[in-house]
Design a protein around this ligand. Structure first.
Ligand code: NAD
Ligand code: UDP
Length: 344
């Protein structure tokens, strides 16, 4: 039986995707250096998904490690037929401070991965891209034909990888899906796996759940003078389980597609929500009050990001099904059961 390699499979989106793929009966190999995750996430994903994962601790920039993974899978009669590539760095501010590290891990890491794939005749890849490659758009909803205009090294490195992958697909022997995630939040409904940022969260949703858990006091709302219905920034939040299911759809689609396929798909709900919509939605779903104050805008933030997910629906037959209330309820189930994340 063939297997699927998941890079960064222990991370937030990767661990949820592992559960969905195990449930669908896939054999999985995870490559992760655990620089931003815990092996406990994989142990729990296996229990939830009802299967076993072969886990390799290593770096996507290490060709010897990658070659061994492909060779060992072949020798075990479970050749790797496709890769889902989550491994990478994702903090916008950090990318501005450390551009070399971001280009190295995100671009050079992806280049090393595809070179190993090519050498082992595995040419089917699902890639984690980001809504931030649209830069500071002024027309909504965002559609995939709009020209990317990334404004920081994180988004620039992701756009560079998309272009590399599109060039590979154009050679006629690769099948590629560039998935542009909007804002994934929430957790598996069991509360067993979820988002576990190191240190104080940069992102809105884990900040809110950590306030609810008593780890943080008050949310700083970054700006209430944006041109939006309540002045706070709008994003397209989607449940991480919906996003995980999109990967299963993309994988199935590519595995039966022609060898010069290159998909680029927005993954979101299409329904933008403001910071205060999320705060109030969380309060309603959980009954917990979230203390907040209005502060200055955060440098680099854009007023609004909101997609059209229509192409993903037409191409994959996928739509995000879960509501803001589901995101809040499940995110809180995770945070309340694991107030310190995987660090028990
Ligand atoms: P995450 O940090 O939780 O997961 C990334 C995983 O990759 C972690 O387990 C980390 O240990 C691993 N990793 C990092 N560098 C590695 C390396 N050099 N070699 C091997 N493993 C390495 O992040 P996530 O939120 O699950 O995001 C997954 C992917 O999706 C990332 O590529 C990210 O850029 C992209 N993305 C995330 C979001 C989001 O809001 N979470 C939005 C858009 C795109
Ligand atoms: N945000 C906020 N306070 C925080 C973190 C985020 O007001 O502590 C706002 C931020 O300005 C943006 C939205 O919440 O409008 C989503 O931010 P996040 O960092 O979660 O995602 P991204 O900026 O990557 O879309």
């Amino acid at each position: 039986m063939a297997s699927v390699l998941i890079t960064g499979g222990a991370g937030f989106i990767g661990s949820h995707t592992c559960v969905v793929l195990l449930e669908a009966g896939h054999e999985l190999v995870v490559l992760d250096d655990f620089s931003n995750s815990s092996p406990v996430a994989l142990e729990r994903a296996q229990l939830l998904g009802g299967g076993s994962i072969r886990c390799v601790r290593g770096d996507i920039r290490d060709p010897a490690c990658l070659n061994a993974i492909f060779a060992n899978a072949q020798a075990a009669d479970t050749p790797i037929e496709a890769v889902i590539h989550f491994a990478g760095l994702k903090a916008v501010g950090e990318s501005v401070a450390e551009p070399l590290r971001y280009w190295d891990v995100n671009l050079c890491g992806s280049r090393t991965l595809v070179a190993a794939m090519d050498a082992h005749h595995c040419r089917t890849l699902v890639f984690s891209s980001t809504s931030t490659i649209y830069g500071e758009p002024t027309r909504f909803p965002l559609v995939e034909t709009m020209a990317p205009a990334p404004i920081h090294p994180y988004a620039q490195s992701k756009w560079a990888v998309e272009q590399l992958l599109n060039a590979l697909a154009a050679t006629g022997s690769w099948r590629i899906a560039n998935l542009r995630y909007f804002n994934p939040v929430g957790a598996h409904p069991s509360g067993q796996i979820g988002e576990d940022p190191l240190g104080i969260p940069n992102n809105l949703f884990p900040f809110i759940t950590q306030i609810a858990a008593g780890r943080l006091e008050s949310l700083r709302v970054f700006g209430n003078d944006y041109p939006t219905h309540d002045g706070t920034g709008i994003r397209d939040y989607l449940h991480v389980m919906d996003l995980a299911e999109a990967h299963a759809h993309a994988l199935d689609h590519l595995l039966s597609a022609a060898p010069e396929t290159a998909l680029t798909l927005n993954l979101g709900t299409g329904q933008g929500l403001s910071v205060l919509d999320v705060v109030h939605g969380f309060e309603q779903a959980t009954g917990i009050s979230i203390l907040y104050s209005i502060c200055a805008r955060r440098p680099g933030d854009v007023p609004r990001l909101e997609c059209s997910p229509q192409l993903a629906e037409q191409t994959l037959g996928w739509t995000a099904k879960r509501s803001l209330a589901d995101m809040c309820r499940d995110g809180w189930a995770w945070q309340s059961a694991n107030p310190h994340g995987y660090r028990r």
